[in-house]
Design a protein around this ligand. Structure first.
Ligand SMILES: Nc1nc2c(ncn2[C@@H]2O[C@H](COP(=O)(O)OP(=O)(O)OP(=O)(O)O)[C@@H](O)[C@H]2O)c(=O)[nH]1
Ligand SMILES: [Mg+2]
Length: 352
């Protein structure tokens, strides 16, 4: 087997050069993006490195077919494994700029997934090189491992836990689930504070859950009320703080949030619904950058057919995941999953 490496500006150009050097029958062993030149990584140029190969027997045979006019010339002996390798040579199809062996073309949709924009190049390299190493077309284990390496999870250590996020994502429902979990399963003393005084029904919603669980609840209309509520709940092990959801495009919202809360000693968790478009999730995350967010809760995992946004956002924000909610039922529809369990779920759902 002859192996050739070329470096070019684009995958298409690299493919063309491999074909020129090794012929149309060349197969692609690996592609990856590299940086060339520059000083200490600055001004380096992005290039594509492509490794291709061709079976020597195939080259010899082609040469003979062309060179020898004699029909009765005896072809060289070919051992069985070599023959098999030749017969099973994968067909390469190109999806956008990305060459994929036909056998793993079912990963094409995944590589075009908007939430994996940053990661797609890396996943493409991983899938193609794993395919050539193993000849397996089911590379979900490779995918799971890649997803797992991007995801971090977090457990809660702070006494004050505040949930914030856009309208209707499930903040209050998740507070109720967390209150039930800490009260009933962890046997902690839990208190609630709500600063969502924009809607009367919002206070009633949380009070109902507080009554069912027999836990104290305080309503804070301003920063003074908030401090007083914290003092009143001093004996609690955990205080869960609900906030008003607002249109995340409303620029004044974050300022209002800051005027009502003191973030010191408080873990702020951003609740994001997995039913939202990925680009909106990124915009929501950007909006909340000025608040000291320390983790994410993904809600409504039950209402979407794929969960790639989890991976995209983990990559983009580097924020750890605290929990994922999976339905409207309080208290059961919540999972505190490990990175392994989340990657399993993401890949299983995403590959149908
Ligand atoms: N399918 C599904 N629905 C959920 C989930 N979590 C919450 N909901 C529903 O989403 C709707 C809004 O929930 P809330 O808890 O009131 O949301 P919120 O973020 O507090 O809303 P605002 O305070 O108005 O911003 C309700 O109908 C909940 O039952 C979930 O994990 N899955
Ligand atoms: Mg609410």
């Amino acid at each position: 087997m002859i192996v050739k490496k070329v470096v070019a500006d684009t995958v298409a150009e690299a493919m063309e050069r491999i074909k020129q050097e090794l012929g149309e029958e060349a197969i692609i062993l690996n592609t990856r993006h590299i940086k060339v030149g520059g000083l200490f990584g600055i001004f380096a140029k992005r290039k594509v490195e492509l490794v291709g190969s061709i079976d020597e027997y195939r080259e010899e045979k082609t040469a003979q077919e062309v060179d020898s006019p004699l029909p009765d010339k005896i072809p060289p002996r070919v051992s069985q494994p070599e023959k098999r390798a030749f017969v099973e040579r994968p067909t390469i199809i190109t999806i956008g700029e990305r060459p994929l062996p036909k056998e793993i073309s079912h990963y094409a949709g995944l590589l075009a997934e908007p939430a994996l924009n940053q990661l797609a190049e890396h996943l493409h390299e991983k899938l193609v090189s794993s395919y050539y190493q193993t000849q397996q077309s089911d590379l979900n284990a490779v995918l799971r491992e890649e997803v797992r390496s991007k995801i971090r999870t977090k457990t809660m250590n702070a006494k004050y836990i505040m949930l914030t996020g856009p309208t209707g994502v499930g903040k209050t429902t998740t507070i109720a689930k967390l209150a039930a979990y800490y009260t009933l399963t962890e046997k902690k003393r839990v208190g609630l504070i709500t600063t969502d005084t924009y809607r009367i029904s919002a206070i009633e919603q949380l009070k109902t859950y507080a009554d069912i669980l027999s836990i104290p609840i305080h309503v804070a209309y301003d920063l003074d009320d908030f401090e007083q509520a914290k003092t009143a709940l001093q004996s609690c092990d955990i205080v869960l703080i609900d906030t008003a959801g607002r249109n995340f495009l409303d620029v004044g919202y974050i300022e209002q949030l800051k005027s009502r809360h003191d973030f010191k000693e408080t873990e702020v968790l951003l609740v994001l619904s997995l039913t939202a478009k990925y680009q909106d999730l990124i915009r929501m995350y950007d909006r909340f950058q000025t608040v000291p967010v320390s983790g994410v809760i993904f809600s409504k995992a039950d209402e979407t057919s794929e969960l790639w946004s989890i991976v995209g956002l983990a990559e983009e924000s580097e924020l750890p995941i605290y929990c994922i909610t999976t339905g409207q039922e309080v208290p059961e529809d919540i999972m505190f999953a490990s990175a392994e369990e989340i990657s399993e779920m993401v890949v299983k759902r995403g590959m149908g």
